[in-house]
Design a protein around this ligand. Structure first.
Ligand SMILES: Cc1ncc(COP(=O)(O)O)c(C=O)c1O
Length: 403
């Protein structure tokens, strides 16, 4: 296909209409910069929706992928493969947990966790213990189980019937938590930092009460770290900020260094739940993706990128506060490391289009929230460029209204 045919019109012809793509065809990247087909560079404050933790073109990652691809691209889980073993060992050492299951996407990690929670509950004496709960405003994925735990109408409308035995607790509402969990609860799924929901942080009090209720009713706490994990918030797992002590942890997005890979990590409590054939996937734990994941985690450690995420996240939040004092369009700013949410007075899509026109990629989520998920190795100067562009856009919007 001729590159000039990569247009929104051809996209409409070729694909189901389930993605709201930006009108931009991209060819390659370098550091935090993403290049369009015609060679224009864009400051990427979204990093492939939180995937490209190392930005673009990291040599260690490229080397790990090509070296493993040259050796073995796929063999299946009928065999033992070194990259899988090494990545599993690394995740166990980072989490202090016990067992790992690899899949390909975030939603698959959630599906596996729902199944593990129910199977674990089936081993208790309580035959009614089947209920799987999540929190309002959450996002856990789009396959049936994950979608049944997901709050927003836009993701679930028209897909009835959803998975039975699911329910939702109001986010950060301890009274509702106390009302909803019971002996029937098998698992409670949480995002310590809600990503798609607009960057909302779960409170320490809510987590403390959740853990107390786990003691009383014996259920599993499942931490969805798909967006917030792998160092983005300044710690490897976002639950470490609030000592959530989960029984299951789901990772994906950056885990495969840009290749499809997800993981469920389980504590000793669930270590023996699955038996042969209970669950599996042909591609899960692909050796190239695992080699990439290992190289990505080693690079995060070598380059102190968790510290950088904490530092630059704070810098962005401080600078945004200064903007908020001058621009009434900014209603609220929330962040945890390099997960940044800016609530604005109108649909955030408006700002995404304006920023793209100024060669900066930002994202809109939850209608009126601008979301920033830049690569973890973004510098202060690059972060400042984003602030300058947002400042310009807000200033121009005000001038337009006045004129
Ligand atoms: C918190 C969270 N959970 C689950 C998912 C689903 O992951 P995937 O799109 O890889 O299926 C996402 C994706 O955005 C997510 O942010």
């Amino acid at each position: 296909m001729n590159p000039s045919d990569i247009t929104p019109e051809t996209e409409q012809k070729l694909f189901f209409h389930n993605y709201a793509r930006l009108p931009l065809a991209v060819s390659h990247g370098e550091g935090v910069w993403l290049y369009s087909n015609n060679g224009t560079r864009y400051l990427d404050m979204l990093s492939g929706i939180g995937v490209n933790a190392l930005g673009y073109g990291d040599k260690r990652l490229v080397h790990a992928i090509s070296a493993q691809a040259a050796k073995l691209i796929h063999a299946s889980n009928l065999f033992m493969m070194q990259p899988q073993f090494e990545l599993a060992e690394k995740l166990i050492s980072l989490s202090g947990m016990s067992k790992v299951f690899f899949a390909n996407s975030g939603t698959e990690a959630i599906e596996a966790s729902i199944k593990i929670a129910r199977k674990w509950a089936a081993h208790t004496d309580n035959l009614d213990k089947k209920e799987v709960l999540s929190l309002s405003n959450c996002f856990h994925g789009r396959t049936y189980g994950a979608m049944s735990l997901t709050a927003k109408a836009k993701y679930v409308d028209g897909f009835d019937p959803l998975l039975p035995g699911t329910g939702m607790i109001d986010f950060n509402d301890i009274t509702d938590l106390e009302r909803k969990v019971s002996e029937k609860t098998a698992g409670v799924f949480i995002e310590v930092v809600q990503g798609e929901g607009g960057i909302h942080l779960l409170s320490g009090q809510f987590i403390r009460r959740l853990k107390e209720l786990r003691e009383r009713y014996n259920f599993l706490i499942v931490a969805d770290e798909i967006q917030a994990g792998c160092g983005r918030t300044g710690k490897f797992f976002s639950y470490q900020h609030v000592d959530a002590d989960p029984d299951l942890v789901c990772l994906a997005k950056p885990l495969g260094g840009g290749l499809p890979l997800s993981a469920v990590i389980g504590s000793e409590k669930v270590a023996d739940v699955l038996s042969y054939g209970n669950h599996g996937t042909t591609f899960g734990g692909n050796p190239v993706a695992c080699a990439a994941g290992l190289a990505m985690i080693e690079a995060i450690e070598q380059d102190s990128l968790m510290e950088n995420a904490g530092r630059i996240g704070k810098f962005l939040a401080d600078e945004l506060q200064k903007l908020a004092s001058r621009h009434a369009q900014i209603l609220d700013i929330r962040h945890c490391g390099l997960m940044v949410g800016i609530t604005v007075h109108r649909e955030a899509k408006y700002y995404v289009e304006k920023a793209l026109g100024k060669h900066v990629v930002i994202n809109a989520t939850s209608q009126s929230v601008i979301r920033l998920l830049p690569p973890l190795n973004i510098s202060r100067e690059e972060a400042q460029l984003c602030i300058n562009v947002l400042d310009e856009i807000f200033t121009e919007e005000t001038a337009e209204k006045a004129g």
